[in-house]
Design a protein around this ligand. Sequence first.
Ligand code: SAM
Length: 245
Amino acid sequence: YGILYLCPTPIGNLEDITIRALNILKNVDIIAAEDTRHTIKLLNHYNISKPLISYHEHNEKTRTDDIIQALKSKKSVALVSDAGMPLISDPGQELVNRAINEGIKVVPLPGPSAAFTALIASGMSTERFCFEGFLPENKKERRKKLDEIKSEKRTIILYESPHHLVKTLQDLLNSLGNRKITIARELTKVHEEFFRSTLEDAIQHFSGEVKGEFVLILDGNHESAEEKWNNLSIKDHINFYVSSG
Ligand code: SAM
């Protein structure tokens, strides 16, 4: 069988690609890309010319079959997404699972991801953290997720699009209170910026026209047991008395 390489690509600055990743892209038989037009720009920049096939959320199922077939006929394949690590809020899970099941070798390459890049300069604790990707859009699922996040002690990493940024900040404020937050904007690009503040200030700062790409780094819940008790709502108090007889 051929090898399936999982190949990270730059999240903005085209120089953020490893020598190994470039060599793999030069040497594989096929590159499977989330958006071939996007990936062509990267390949042109590095004078790489390769057969490209598209692999995105809408053709993931059928394309997985084609790629597995190619791997079985000894072709090597590199999977890339538009930016950063494939499979991190990006397509690829289906393909990787199938490859593992079929006994095909899967080789991941290290490289950039917006989550880690934002986290390490955020000023928030990097000792323990969790990655939540995009919050669910569905109202009910979103509320459930926000409830879950509320008591999370670890630093929380979220992705958000410019269009939904302020709405998401507002939802976070409503359910978590005025937490500390760092917003990393346009990482590795000319207008890279870190806004280190609170949810309330961030809402003020970003209301109006919002452009760019954003990672949200939220402080974990550091409430003491006593504060937790004092902050319980009346409903929670009643539930407590009812459940403890
Ligand atoms: N696979 C990518 C990774 O490893 O980071 C993430 C893909 S996800 C579809 C796209 C989201 O990642 C954006 O909406 C934004 O939240 C974040 N992102 C990607 N590039 C970024 C950048 N240069 N600056 C800030 N956030 C970025």
